[in-house]
Design a protein around this ligand. Sequence first.
Ligand code: QAP
Ligand code: CO
Length: 172
Amino acid sequence: MALRTILTAPDPVLKQTSKPVEGPVTDEHRALMDDMLETMYAAPGIGLAAIQVGVPLRIIVMDLAREGEEKAPRHFVNPEVLWRSDDTQPYEEGCLSVPDFYEEVERPARVKLRYLNYHGEAIEEEAEGLYAVCIQHEMDHLEGVLFIDHLSRLKRENAMRKLKKARKLAVM
Ligand code: QAP
Ligand code: CO
């Protein structure tokens, strides 16, 4: 296992569309997912897409366990949304690729998912609450979309200005 570097906006790699994993889930994919979880736990964060560590594959890891609870890692390969609810819920989101910026985003409250797990087994399930928010946020990354892309232009430009300022300070 190894820590990977998390890319931050406006890195153009984050705008790429990720490619499906073709064929079975292999030990190489599992090694990537292990690294991604280690990187996410170290941050710490609750969700991470492969493109955030520079790998353009449709792979996501997540752990929604609260502090003090037992770890509950989840792995998603080639996730698809089969159905979205009409009712939406607002949630204050953040992103490891958009550090120190949080804003409310409105998304469908429930989604039905299909994906392959760590072992390559096909899973179908319904997500709601924080799980629904997180999987939709992470699946946006697979299309090159960040949560700030859902905000008004004013709010997005505020976020980008803050990011560029933080980056300038970091290289001085
Ligand atoms: C996406 O986000 C998410 O700015 C995962 O300084 C967020 O793990 C899904 C983080 C909210 C659902 C709801 C952000 C850590 C972590 C920061 C994260 C930061 C340190 C974000
Ligand atoms: Co994110």
